[in-house]
Design a protein around this ligand. Structure first.
Ligand SMILES: CC(C)(COP(=O)(O)OP(=O)(O)OC[C@H]1O[C@@H](n2cnc3c(N)ncnc32)[C@H](O)[C@@H]1OP(=O)(O)O)[C@@H](O)C(=O)NCCC(=O)NCCS
Length: 391
């Protein structure tokens, strides 16, 4: 007899270097070289192209940081002027693009909408498939310029409001708040927005940047890279954490409720959003900078107790769980105080990080090898196939 009685031929299983449990989730795995961003997780250091985040936060605008990430050096005055002018001149969205927004279901999460809208920007780019460095760089500058308009326009369209045209007399940060609220922000609000954009611009091979680079490594187009990244950022373990943090703060409601709330959360082994980090073993260096700004802007009427609640949560989580706060913790109160709707918090992350993703997309394409890891197979082998009628 042949068939079922035959001894199955042994399958040769390819040798794959075994990942130790310590590397689960690719922890500490170096997946490539990059000159964009350096994190020293043991010494609380974050560096963009050689410059410390503390210096950039204190002295640089988002435009300077975006230039630094894309062009690998800080701009001279004339270069910054020309770059800022380029951004300003490309801020407006095509009318048809805005008109089409009205057909999108209003109740969708803005990150789902943004994932589609950033991809849809390619419809208005006749050279979207052109893959040389210069055209990708031009494309990146245009998309960085348009991202604020996409987010602000969607928020207004979904609320049945008229969209607000960009203003060329405002910088990137202030212009976004203008387009969102239809009101010019005061100096402190502009400064807070600027700080947020500078601090979140890049962060090495986090999940969304890695997703972007994996897509770039297939030589897929720029828009595909950005769309992959937005999809990865949406999750609550990554960019989606900022929204969850604010929900937690609002749920707590009063400083006097913090202890009780956390006691219950710890007992239920819940993860406290805005704490812990894969790379930082000590303080996330962005966190104290955001905390300082949060304290300044939370004094606005109505938000006074928010900062006190966050401080109390931080104090207890740090002492009980030994977990420092991460970038999403104090950015939640900062964004809320800026009047940003809570479900727009993760799109705000995109507004900044699209500059870092763009730099990584360009870097990946410039010296590419397909990113294609292996899996350690844990399934069965050599199972005899059972015909459908016998199962
Ligand atoms: C960021 C994060 C995903 C890193 O994850 P990771 O490196 O895979 O670490 P783990 O989730 O394996 O956590 C390690 C341990 O710390 C605990 N831990 C980590 N973050 C925690 C948190 N925010 N709250 C409570 N416990 C936490 C885990 O439960 C785990 O404990 P265990 O070993 O007893 O099971 C994780 O810290 C987290 O989920 N934080 C909340 C979400 C967040 O703020 N994300 C934004 C990151 S910038």
């Amino acid at each position: 007899m042949t068939g079922l009685m035959d001894t199955p031929k042994p399958i040769t299983v390819p040798t794959v270097a075994k990942s130790s449990p310590a590397h689960a989730g690719l922890e500490d795995t170096v997946a490539g070289e990059s000159s964009i961003c350096f994190i020293d997780g043991h010494r609380s250091r974050l560096i963009y192209r050689g410059y410390s985040i503390d210096d950039l936060a204190k002295s640089a605008t988002f435009e300077e940081v975006a230039y630094l990430l894309l062009f690998k050096k800080l701009p001279a005055q004339s270069e910054l002027k020309s770059f800022s002018d380029q951004l300003k001149s490309q801020r407006a969205l095509p009318n048809q693009f805005i008109e089409r927004m009205s057909s999108i279901p209003k109740e969708l999460h803005p990150m789902s909408v943004l994932r589609t809208l950033v991809s849809a920007l390619s419809f208005y780019d006749p050279d979207a498939e052109l893959m040389n460095h210069d055209s990708n760089l031009k494309r990146a500058v245009r998309v960085i310029a348009q991202a604020p308009a996409v987010i602000a326009a969607w928020d207004r369209v979904r609320k049945g409001k008229k969209t607000v045209d960009p203003r060329s007399d405002l910088n990137h940060a202030a212009n976004f708040l203008w387009m969102l609220h239809g009101k010019e922000p005061d100096a402190l609000f502009s400064q807070a927005m600027e700080l947020y954009l500078v601090l979140l611009a890049d962060h090495e091979l986090n999940a969304s940047t890695f997703a972007c680079r994996v897509t770039a490594s297939t030589l897929s187009d720029y828009y595909s890279g950005m769309t992959s990244a937005i999809g990865a950022l949406k999750g609550p373990l990554h960019g989606g954490a900022n929204e969850q943090v604010l929900k937690m703060i609002l749920e707590v409601g009063e400083v006097s409720h913090v202890e009780e709330y956390l006691k219950k959360a710890f007992a239920e082994k819940k993860k406290i959003m805005g704490f812990g980090h894969r790379v930082y073993k000590v303080m996330d260096p962005r966190s104290p900078l955001l905390k300082e700004m949060s304290e300044k802007i939370c004094v606005k009427p109505g938000n006074e107790n928010l900062f006190q609640i966050t401080e109390k949560i931080e104090e207890i989580v740090c002492s009980v769980k030994k977990l420092p706060s991460n970038v999403d913790f104090f950015s939640a109160t900062l964004l809320y105080s800026l009047g940003i709707p809570v479900d727009l918090f993760t799109p705000m992350f995109v507004l900044s990080r699209i500059s870092g993703w763009s730099a990584h997309y360009l870097e990946q394409i410039s010296d590419n090898r397909l990113l294609r890891p292996r899996a350690e197979y844990t399934g069965a082998l050599d199972l005899p196939f059972i015909p459908l009628e016998n199962r």
